[in-house]
Design a protein around this ligand. Structure first.
Ligand code: ZN
Length: 492
């Protein structure tokens, strides 16, 4: 009898320990250790192009390896290299065209290109825009080989300054692909020229497209009259010392938890959080602090949640596979996520959902705020995952901030993947949030709530588990602005 009882105890013991889920097994000590490291002063604010962020990358990869994650196909170990280039415009340079000389710093802005002296015929090509989908092509019937292309700023559909500025990158490629020697955009936006010059006329970093093509903006006195003139056989002379270029790599850190279901494991739930921050800057104006922007809330706690999810989901694997990615360069304009969306490591149409994390801070630790909660059919799993640990959930309370379209989730949403952002509990973008948001005092000190960090990691991981175990993939709710993209991505 006694023996049998002991045997029964032995059989029960492992069952009891299994009853504790991998989320519940996470401890406050371990997540506190992670954030104290990730947001430490020694990592100097995790700015891309500095050693601090690469140490963070190594730390994340080390944990993925320890937990037995698989490396993603086609990347270098745990790291997807995102190539960056920093360009600084020159102090001098000129373009002479139709008897007028445009001078760098005055009515000429050199955007790209190496040292060159050119003398060639000019050709006007509308906006210099090509859109394969609609068949629209400003180069139709034009031979621009060996010539200097002159175009209007913006695109046929977009003349907002931001869109017009970023369209230049593609326009540069269109001109280069067609054998042109240089591209000149004629500035005719309502946005003041001097502001535009200040905005883009300084040192700037972006993802390196590897294209070293002479690209300029000029500001004639009357842009409309300038564009309407007949250039005939006009030649232009370009003389530029070129931009100063520095290149550096940064990394998206990634690993895969293979799904336990032989069929569903071919589908992926993608978990993302940016691990970069803004580096070292000005000290806080009021609170005595150093000038290191530790980014504990933004987005150290998201990075820690990814590490916690990697541990718990690999310990008890859900049915679908999980692609976990710590993204670089969110603070520079969502650059790491955009790079991944354009260079996916698993097919986008096999990526059923993206549960992104980003954080400004919190003003309610009884709460999780999910930006885009009600925009996908995964809302029930998200609510259940959060309720499991006694927290409440609300959708974006600060619609005026446009948060859904301001974090990495939007890089995947625009491809059609349902992609809300899981944030620490905030009920408004109020003083409590702004006190820490992009401030040097956003650090893992006595004002940081480590108990809440644990719950945050647990609710996030549990939510991911529920979504990965769903019978059918979630989707956008009917009428969402990304629904059509989703339909075309998944062929629904
Ligand atoms: Zn952030």
């Amino acid at each position: 009898m006694k023996k049998q009882f002991l045997l029964l105890l032995c059989l029960l013991a492992p069952m009891r320990s299994y009853a504790q889920s991998a989320e519940e097994a996470l401890t406050q000590d371990e997540v506190s250790d992670h954030i104290r490291f990730i947001a430490s002063d020694e990592l100097r604010g995790r700015k891309p192009g500095t050693p601090g962020i690469d140490v963070a990358a190594r730390y994340i990869a080390h944990h993925f390896e320890t937990y037995g994650l698989k490396q993603a196909p086609g990347v270098d170990g745990w790291f997807q290299t995102v190539p960056f280039a920093t360009t600084t415009p020159p102090q001098t340079g000129s373009i002479t065209l139709g008897g007028k000389t445009y001078t760098q710093g005055d009515n000429l802005l050199t955007r790209d290109g190496q040292k060159s002296i050119l003398n060639a015929l000019v050709v006007v090509a509308g906006y210099g825009w090509v859109d394969e989908k609609s068949g629209m092509d400003d180069y139709k019937g034009l031979d621009v080989r060996g010539k200097i292309v002159i175009v209007k700023m913006g695109t046929p559909n977009e003349t907002s300054p931001g869109a017009a500025f970023s369209a230049g990158r593609k326009k540069k490629k269109f001109a280069s692909d067609r054998g042109a020697l240089a591209l000149i955009e004629v500035y005719d936006l309502a946005f003041p020229w001097n502001n535009a010059k200040n905005f883009v006329g300084r040192r700037q970093a972006s993802v390196d497209d590897g294209l070293r093509f002479p690209h300029f903006w000029i500001k004639p006195d009357d842009a409309t009259a300038f564009l309407q003139q007949n250039f005939g056989n006009t030649q232009a002379t370009v003389n530029t010392p070129g931009v100063t270029l520095e290149t550096f790599p940064s990394y998206n850190v990634m690993g895969i938890v293979e799904g336990s279901d032989p069929i569903l494991q071919n589908e992926y739930l993608m978990l993302t959080a940016h691990y970069d921050h803004v580096g070292v800057g000005r000290p806080h104006p009021v609170v005595r602090a150093d000038s290191i922007y530790n980014g504990a809330r933004d987005n150290g706690m998201g990075t820690v949640a990814l590490i916690a999810a990697a541990k718990a989901l690999s310990a008890q694997r859900p049915k679908r596979s999980i692609l976990i990615v710590a993204l670089t360069a969110e603070e520079m304009g969502l650059l790491g996520s955009r790079y991944l969306a354009d260079h996916p490591v698993v097919p986008l149409n096999k990526t059923i959902f993206n549960l992104n994390i980003d954080n400004g801070g919190w003003n309610d630790t009884g709460l999780i705020t999910v930006v885009g909660l009600e925009r996908t059919t995964a809302a029930p799993e998200i609510k259940r995952g959060i309720a499991d640990f006694g927290l409440r959930v609300i959708d974006d309370p600060a619609g005026e901030q446009g948060l859904f379209d301001r974090s990495d989730n939007v890089s995947f949403a625009t491809k059609g993947i349902p992609a809300p952002t899981f944030s620490a509990g905030f009920t408004a973008f109020d003083e409590q949030i702004m006190k820490y948001y992009h401030q040097a005092i956003d650090q893992p000190d006595e004002n940081f709530d480590f108990a809440y960090l644990l719950k945050y990691c647990q609710t996030y991981t549990r939510t991911a588990r529920y979504i990965a175990n769903r019978e059918t993939p979630p989707f956008w709710v009917a009428g969402d602005k990304y629904e059509a993209m989703g339909k075309s991505l998944y062929g629904r």
